[in-house]
Design a protein around this ligand. Sequence first.
Ligand code: SF4
Length: 454
Amino acid sequence: MPRHAETPPLAPVRAREIGAAAERGSTETLPPLSLYAHLPWCLSKCPYCDFNSHALTAPLDERAYIRALIADLDADLAAGADCFQGRALCSVFIGGGTPNLFGAASIAELLREVRARIPFTPSCEITIEANPGAGHADLRGFRNAGVNRLSLGAQSFDDAMLARLGRAHSAADIVQTAAAARRAGFDNLNLDLMFGLPGQTPEQGLADVRRALALAPEHLSWYQLTIEPNTLFHARPPALPDDDSVWRLQCAATELLHRRGYRRYEVSAYALTKGALKKTCRHNLNYWRFGDYLGIGAGAHGKWTRPGAVVRTRKHRNPARYIRLARAGRCRVETRAVAGADLLFEFALNALRLTDGFRASLFHRRTGLDAGLLERRLAPLIRRGLVERRGAPGRLRYAATPLGARFLDDVLVEILPESQPLDSATTSSYAQSAGVAPRAVAVAPVKLPAPRNL
Ligand code: SF4
């Protein structure tokens, strides 16, 4: 077990690398604050999944875990009192794992205890992830507890494919759970859907997208299956469709989604857009815009902006040990200040995923680094047509071009600190510590014409 670091002193960040705003540490200049709570158990382990999720082999002690989460939060709030004072949560994301293995009373207790410690903004987005057919069907209870967004792990509507993916539900379960969510009063529904599945033809992939659209979700996370280390699929890789086939599917599906009113705003995220109404995921947007978040739960990561530094936190991964350590106020195994060169990369890793990119001024506000530094790192990519610069001086924006979005890893390798060769382990490690889910960052093979959220 890694030695626990209770509240190690922060490594000083060179003053030149820190903007005046960050040094002042005023709450007015701090980024929006979110909270991610990780509930790490599932009915079974899917063969492609490299998340910190564990098949449930014994009765779930919900109370013990919820208490551990709260103790974990208390320790974070005490350690980061200098940066959390006076701030409110703009979003809460209860993810996993399969959080709907927990009952509504536990989720209500979690939200009540969090709210007693840190206020929620009036429009706070509160998401819970759920898997169809798993555990509690008390979606109304979740809604009554204050959850206002449901993210359903559909993955496919093809029963044979679901079986191949080791999913513990059927297509009918997805349809029934989505209908139950609507009856329970959820008007903000996300579906997670995968493509590039073993043996999947473009027609089958498109049929999945059509089935998802028939449920009229407000948001669709449509992402490509990637084979990650430490998974069953990595040990025994299935035959995946070739690049041409995946490309044809992506073109056809993207066009269909746009025709049906879903605007792609991130590599894998599509939001239903009607006039001014745009159902983007606020929580994930806060990650991608390099906002702050508390991360509680086994293996959870956090990012805090405190006077003079951007800090990453990480919690112990093993659920049983996590519970014991959290009760003793010692589950945080890492608290480290991010160095300047890493800051630039971590910011780009997130913000270049956004279709509209980001403003240079946001880069400065979030990292404290000079925007000129970013311009120098991006200039070669701009010359190669992978990144574009838009807007007048003072209002400059950067975004990946359609070509850059297709080969985002190639773009990121140019920005990576020189000491770090980019391979999947590096990307994954950066992605996890930078708050991007590995399955969402592994975009090298994704060949979308032009383009989310823990
Ligand atoms: S993919 Fe989802 S349901 Fe499957 S093991 Fe991972 S977290 Fe659990």
